[in-house]
Design a binder for this molecule. Sequence first.
Ligand code: NAD
Length: 212
Amino acid sequence: MKIGIVGYKGRMGKEIKDLFEEKNHEFVWGYDKDGEYFQETPQIIIDFSLPEVFEKTEDYVKKFNVPLIIGTTGLQDEQIEALKALAKDVPVVQSYNFSIGIQLFLKMVDFLKDKIDGWDIEIVETHHRFKKDKPSGTAKMIKESLDKDVPISSLRLGNVAGDHVLYMANLGEVLSISHRALSRRAFAEGVLKSAEFVTNKKNGYFTFTDVI
Ligand code: NAD
């Protein structure tokens, strides 16, 4: 497939471009801080940039009338609503985490959440020093799955691709679930799966949970 990437010069943008090209897909369009790269109209747009770029992405998806996979974190509620409106015309996959491991993590949280009433519960997330948003979108997803108002601690250290730990403790024991992304490749693989998932869809709003 012929892909377009918003944020194609960024860490995730480069990882996604490399993976898709390894799998014989073609990078034909991009948008970044210094403007547009145009070789051909893309068949799909992938956005890993910043929330302030969102309106540009929205305009390009409408202009090209193509599916959108969006992994940008820190989106405002209105931007999520705008994505749902866009999904009436094209397929949209939105997730704050495109790794398989975090999907399994969320399933474990769903299993545990009613069994830990009265326990102390805290989420700790660690990311590289360049990450702009805090707390991470994934930590927010874990908190949402717990359905409890729990504290989130954010560490910004070196080049960590993404660590999340959920701690649960009563007076006698500590239980924890942890996930570590060893590289950005894990997310890029999820984006590729999502791109394959939308090829036969006409429209609709999906999360990565729907994809796997
Ligand atoms: P990055 O800073 O390396 O890349 C962001 C890119 O966006 C850069 O190339 C930058 O030049 C571009 N950009 C910034 N402002 C712009 C503007 N005004 N117009 C056009 N382009 C602009 O960041 P990253 O580490 O690649 O992460 C990108 C996003 O993806 C972040 O929101 C991050 O949290 C998110 N992320 C999501 C997942 C996931 O699985 N959903 C995984 C990793 C990262």
